[in-house]
Design a protein around this ligand. Sequence first.
Ligand code: HEM
Length: 138
Amino acid sequence: MTSSETASEKRSLYDRLGGVYSIATVVDDLIDRIMVDPRLNANPLVDEAHHKVPPAGFKYLVTEMLCWAAGGPQKYSGRSMEESHRDLAITPGEWQAFMDDVQTTLDKFSVPAEEQAEVESTRAAIVVSGAEGSSHPR
Ligand code: HEM
């Protein structure tokens, strides 16, 4: 926000990020990064699920969701965060590794800290509760 803007005039996160072209570019980089992250693929459920669908479709859904969540005109057509992640047994450590990848990507594209902070708010729907220190069953 510039000094001449008031809070109520503040543009949507979608506009501040630069709209669909910018968001899709960031998602493209991020998905390429997380698909090969050994810290995430160490979870066999994540490894299997990540690689059973073509990356382009996965990027499409994540782009659509982030555009929608950031206040853009898109409507998210995929499954809920809870439904698509609950069987993956994602641990707090894996969430940290994922956030580390997010950070690397956002820094690469110089996304400001204020906008970066809004991503963390989805944690509760994605990380399994009580998974602290657990290991994966297979
Ligand atoms: C801000 C955090 C995250 C967002 C916004 C996000 C978003 C999404 C979206 C939109 C989908 C597609 C849903 C569908 O198929 O309809 C998905 C699926 C998936 N996500 Fe995430 N995700 C996040 C965090 C994570 C983390 C931390 C992991 C792993 C460590 C992960 C692993 C996966 C996998 C493996 C799938 C495919 C599931 C399947 O097709 O069975 N996600 N995610």
